[in-house]
Design a binder for this molecule. Structure first.
Ligand code: NAD
Ligand code: ZN
Length: 351
């Protein structure tokens, strides 16, 4: 089968022929219906390397996947061939306290995981191929009735990651609160919808691109602001000078982190989700009093179940542009150039 593989650090992925996977005991092969193209993949191609990550190329890209069960390894029960499933992407040891809770992102025995702190498309072969090997049946979540794998795929990361970030700050998103979404791309356009569907907070969307701001407004943002030097004072003006209770930074650059700190309210949360590599000096007088600055990484399996439910009920819906496997490189180029709205999803096969 064809697969889109990252062959080495600091390189463009290549479409190459690989053998179809077969499942060993306990494993499942999924026929991919959709594999989302995440900005993290651009970081993998261009910036990251062995100094940040305990695994490396070659591997097939695509950590945001859904499809149908294709083959069950010996001993797998509870799944049927042909059943529609989403792949829970972070694969931990399965036994530590966090993995038992379904928070495999934060596995505490990563040496016993298939790769430490990774998963399919992140050190192991992902979904940008016709078939994907999933090393344990627990990583598959049955799709609720009516949810198309092409739509479900982005829910597993572009949906799950902002959902987890929103849940972490949920007690600060009471009616009357303000949430700021910095960066309205794949993750950010889902964050706006998740905030709308699950909270009564006022939503302020910030991006450098007018099209992204227009998209945020169609998904329910109350205000949209062009990113730049004036943005923090505009956010303060919208909040009677108080600032935003929760700032979710889906960029993570020097510019957005300082904007986030400058527009946050005392006692608020500033959550760094984007991997652009910026830093923020944090000291007693440099940020609002009692601001919590935190990072979040992806989400838990129970949270994925909740995100899929929101998707199946039509309360959140990724804006998807589909690409064939042959045009996956073009999808990443469009993502990098800021020409996409929402999420690009690679659909490897016709049906
Ligand atoms: P994307 O390219 O689809 O969206 C990024 C958006 O940010 C774009 O709309 C872009 O115009 C906007 N932007 C860029 N610079 C800006 C600025 N200075 N001010 C305001 N907006 C700006 O990317 P994505 O796939 O949504 O991913 C977003 C980030 O989140 C990436 O860094 C990705 O690696 C990271 N990510 C993190 C996790 C995690 O678990 N922490 C998970 C998935 C992705
Ligand atoms: Zn991702």
């Amino acid at each position: 089968m064809k697969s889109l593989r990252l062959m080495q650090w600091k390189s463009e992925p290549e479409l190459v022929e690989v053998p179809e996977p077969t499942p060993a005991p306990g494993q499942v092969v999924v026929r991919i219906g959709g594999a989302g193209a995440c900005h993290s993949d651009l970081h993998l191609m261009h910036e990251l390397g062995s100094s940040q990550l305990p695994w490396g190329p070659p591997f097939t890209l695509g950590h945001e996947n859904a499809g149908w069960v294709h083959a069950l390894g010996p001993g797998v029960t509870g799944l049927e061939v042909g059943q529609a499933v989403a792949v829970y992407g972070p694969w931990g040891c399965g036994r530590c306290a966090h993995c038992q809770l379904g928070i495999e992102t934060l596995c505490e025995d990563p040496g016993s995981a298939p790769v430490p702190m990774g998963g399919g498309g992140l050190g192991l072969d992902g979904g940008m191929a016709e078939y994907m090997l999933v090393p344990a049946a627990r990583h598959l979540v049955p799709l609720p009735e009516g949810l198309d794998p092409v739509v479900a795929a982005p829910l597993t990361d572009a949906g799950l990651t902002p959902y987890h970030a929103v849940r972490r700050s949920f007690d600060k998103l009471a009616p009357g609160a303000t949430a700021v979404v910095l960066g309205v791309g794949g993750l950010g356009h889902m964050a706006v919808q998740i905030l709308r569907a699950t909270s009564a907070a006022r939503i302020v969307a910030v991006d450098t691109r007018q099209e992204a701001l227009a998209l945020a407004e169609t998904y329910g943002a109350d205000f949209s602001i062009l990113s730049g030097a004036q943005a923090a004072s505009e956010i303060r003006a919208l909040t009677s000078g108080r600032g935003a209770d929760v700032v979710l930074d889906f960029v993570g650059s020097e510019a957005t982190l300082s904007l986030g700190a400058a527009s946050a309210r005392m006692l608020g949360d500033l959550t760094i989700v984007g991997l652009a590599g910026g830093t923020l000096p944090v000291s007693f007088f440099s940020v609002p009093y009692e601001l919590s600055v935190q990072t979040t990484y992806w989400g838990s399996r129970p949270e994925l179940v909740e995100v899929l439910d929101l998707g199946a009920r039509g309360l959140i819906k990724p804006k998807v542009t589909t690409f064939s496997l042959e045009s996956a490189v073009a999808a990443y180029e469009a993502l990098e150039a800021g020409e996409l709205e929402g999420r690009a999803v690679i659909v490897p096969t016709d049906s």
